[in-house]
Design a protein around this ligand. Structure first.
Ligand code: ADP
Ligand code: 5GP
Length: 189
C-alpha cells in the first residue's frame, strides 16, 4: 500500500528545497501537484509545480467536491489538494509527497493516520525565516508581510506533527530528512 509523506512549515522555512531533494533521492516518491489561484512565478510550470486555476475555476471544483482539502492560505489566494491527483499517483503505485500549509497537512494526516508521516520544517528563528523569504525574491512587500504575519500562527502548529525538522544548515537538514523519510518508506505496515 502506498504511503503519504507530508511536509509542512511557514512559507520560507525550506520545505520546497527539502521536498525537491527527496524526490531526487527516492525513485518511488511522486509530488502531489496542488491547485492554486496565486500568480505563477517565473520559473514555475503549470502541471509540474501547481495547477494554476482562476478563482472561478477553483470555486467550481470546490463545489464539485474535487478537493481532499483546500484552504485560503493568504487573503484571496486559494490552495488545495485534488482527490484526482492522489488517485492518479496511487494507481501508478507511487508514494506521495506533499508540500502544504499546516491546516492542509493536519487534514491529510487525519484522513490517512495509518499511512502518513507529517514533518514540520522549523526555521532556526523567525528572523532567518524573514531573511530567507526576502532573499528568495519571489514576493513583493505586500505578500512578504502577508506571509510573515501568518508565520507566527503556523509555528504554533509544530507539536501536532510526527517530526519537527530544524532547517538550519541545509546539508544537515537534507541528510536528516533523507533518514526520516527513508526509514518511514522502508518500514512495512
Ligand atoms: P518554502 O517552500 O518553505 O517556502 P523554500 O524551499 O522556497 O521554502 O526556501 C526559502 C528560501 O530559503 C529559498 O531561497 C531557499 O533556497 C532558501 N533556503 C532553504 N533552506 C535553507 C537553509 N538551510 N539555509 C539557507 N537558505 C535556505
Ligand atoms: P507558495 O505560494 O509559496 O507556493 O505556497 C504558499 C503556502 O501554501 C505554502 O505553505 C504551501 O505549502 C501551501 N500550499 C501549497 N499547496 C497547498 C495545498 O494543496 N493545500 C494547502 N492547504 N496548502 C498548500
Amino acid at each position: 500500500m502506498s504511503k503519504l509523506v507530508i511536509f509542512t512549515a511557514p512559507s520560507g522555512a525550506g520545505k520546497t528545497t527539502i521536498v525537491r531533494h527527496l524526490l531526487q533521492r527516492f525513485d518511488n516518491l511522486a509530488f502531489s501537484v496542488s491547485a492554486t489561484t496565486r500568480k505563477q512565478r517565473a520559473h514555475e510550470i503549470d502541471g509540474r509545480d501547481y495547477y494554476f486555476l482562476t478563482p472561478e475555476e477553483f470555486m467550481q471544483r470546490v463545489a464539485h467536491g474535487d478537493f481532499l482539502e483546500w484552504e485560503e492560505v493568504y487573503p484571496g489566494q486559494y490552495y488545495g489538494t485534488l482527490r484526482s491527483e492522489i488517485e492518479r499517483l496511487w494507481q501508478e503505485g507511487k508514494d506521495v509527497i506533499f508540500d502544504i500549509d499546516v491546516k492542509g497537512a493536519w487534514r491529510i494526516k487525519q484522513a490517512y493516520p495509518d499511512k502518513s508521516l507529517a514533518v514540520f520544517v522549523m526555521p532556526p528563528s523567525p528572523k532567518t525565516l524573514f531573511e530567507r523569504l526576502r532573499n528568495r525574491h519571489t514576493e513583493n512587500e505586500e505578500s512578504l508581510h502577508m506571509r510573515i504575519a501568518r508565520a507566527s500562527e503556523e509555528l504554533k502548529w509544530a507539536p501536532r506533527f510526527d517530526v519537527i525538522l530544524v532547517n538550519d544548515h541545509l546539508e544537515d537538514a537534507l541528510k536528516q530528512a533523507e533518514k526520516i523519510v527513508g526509514e518511514f518508506l522502508n518500514t512495512p505496515h
